[in-house]
Design a binder for this molecule. Sequence first.
Ligand code: SF4
Length: 371
Amino acid sequence: MVRSRDTDACPGALQVHQAADGALVRVRLPGGLVTAAQMGALARVATGFGSATLELTSRGNVQLRGVTYVATVAEAIAKAGLLPSPTHERVRNIVASPLSGRVGGNTDIRDWVDELDAAICAEPRLAGLGGRFWFSLDDGRADVSGLAADVGVHVFDDGYALTLAGRDTGIRVSDVTATLVRVALRFIEIRGKHWRITEFADLGDLGALLPGAQPGAAFSPVTTPPVGWIPQDDGRVTLGAAVPLGVLPARVADCVAAIEAPLVITPWRSLLICDLDEAVADAALRVLAPLGLVFDETSPWLRVSACTGSPGCAHSVADVRADAADALDADTAVHRHFVGCERACGSPLSGEVLVATGDGYRALRNNDVLG
Ligand code: SF4
């Protein structure tokens, strides 16, 4: 569903959203990258000033609900190094291949995340980009290009392809950061009331954004996260943990932080705990699995998701998270996303979307892949 507004209502750490259960604070984590100390800081503010949970978003960010002292929380987030630019805090939306530099891929794109983030924050005009516009950096494994970010780069064997709305444009770029910033600036010039490139009705007119760009093949969406024991190319281990319904209790986040390993929040609302020696990985697995993190790639938790629903969202007619959990054992291989109204927040690009009616659920979308 396309929604165009004159103003950008997307929440951040400073401009918060007043939800039914209190202030909602969203913290951008470019590339989903977060240190153990930062995870610990988020767990503490969620416990002290919020609902004691961290919600992982479909863009690899974190949000806190029911926040009581917004200024205090913003101060703590800034102190943790998670608010480098007050003017650009909501536009630092970068999704990147979560395992890049550790397992597979054509190139390590982690430095690009930092460069692009710095370039976005350094360009005053990009403060007006809007909180829903996002960038993608895919290292060639085709995991995030299919998420249909507004603009991105996909690393092929023969070069770096520019993508627009999840489609290969046929353009190869050399300076990745400069090109992505240039496209974003051009979008600001021509966007009208639109906040996303995907909202342009005529995707055939990509040349308006960049001369020569053609709407080529779309990348297939990926809907399941990397889960379990993942051997890294350097002999160490990454643990991939699915987080049921993307809701990470602060006490579990605190335990994860205690491992003191680099962390990645993935756009599938899951967590990677990286660079572990085997003995540490084994011990972490034994501690975290009983706390509710899911390391089994066959778990039904990987095939179900939900929006916030009641009581956190006033638009909802049902507690969709509870209903999604109750439906966990249903015998289906299709990913199902439960939502409380037709806005269908957080819907994955493929699978079934079920909307609450007040008297059960009906299919809002049941196609395999959103066209
Ligand atoms: S889909 Fe509707 S009920 Fe669910 S979070 Fe969005 S607005 Fe709220």
